[in-house]
Design a protein around this ligand. Structure first.
Ligand SMILES: *[C@@H]1O[C@H](CO)[C@@H](O)[C@H](O)[C@H]1NC(C)=O
Length: 176
């Protein structure tokens, strides 16, 4: 045990000495690992499309295997709550026929102090925006009160890739 503790301390010291522990600078608007791809006006709000920052490696999206995917298993969260009205508008706005390129990682409606975002666990390439609708509705229906909510769904099929999709007040996920 003592040897183990000393080893950890030694590793930490080395990491600090070499600067490994320094936090990476946030590339854009304080959102770690993401940058804005483009913004389009939707109703009274802006819809912002976020993509991986250059040089940022996302967790590789799992290839679709033989196991079940598309079950959209919802877990609600008490963190990163997003407003009910704006989330409702986001969910409705996703059901367009458009295909979103540039391999986005999340889409937000509103602005940083009042926004609802859906994000997913890895880049899946170009996909129909409507791929995002089913799980977003499942999460919204299960987790939102009349004022706000937050949650995620596991086993969501986006562009034929199995991911976790989130609905919350931030573009970079709802679990940490
Ligand atoms: C939408 O974004 C543009 C910049 O892309 C900005 O000038 C405008 O104020 C924004 N509108 C809202 C409602 O946030």
């Amino acid at each position: 045990m003592k040897f183990f503790s000393l080893s950890i301390a030694a590793v930490l010291q080395l990491a600090i000495a070499t600067g490994v522990v320094h936090a990476a600078p946030a590339p854009d608007n304080g959102v770690t690992g993401l940058v804005i791809s483009h913004i389009v006006p939707v109703g009274e709000y802006n819809m912002t499309y976020w993509v991986d920052a250059p040089g940022t490696s996302t967790v590789a999206a799992r290839a679709l295997s033989a196991r079940a995917c598309g079950t959209n298993d919802v877990t609600c969260s008490g963190s990163f709550l997003a407003d009910t009205d704006i989330c409702s508008q986001l969910v409705n706005s996703l059901n367009t026929g458009i295909s979103i390129g540039n391999s986005p990682r999340s889409i937000c409606l509103g602005q940083s102090n009042n926004q609802c975002c859906t994000s997913w666990s890895g880049a899946v390439g170009t996909m129909p925006e409507s791929d995002l609708v089913n799980a977003a509705i499942n999460i919204f229906n299960a987790c939102w009160s009349p004022t706000d909510g937050s949650g995620l769904a596991r086993n969501v099929l986006l562009n034929n890739i199995c991911v976790t999709q989130c609905l919350s007040n931030r573009p970079d996920g709802c679990t940490n």
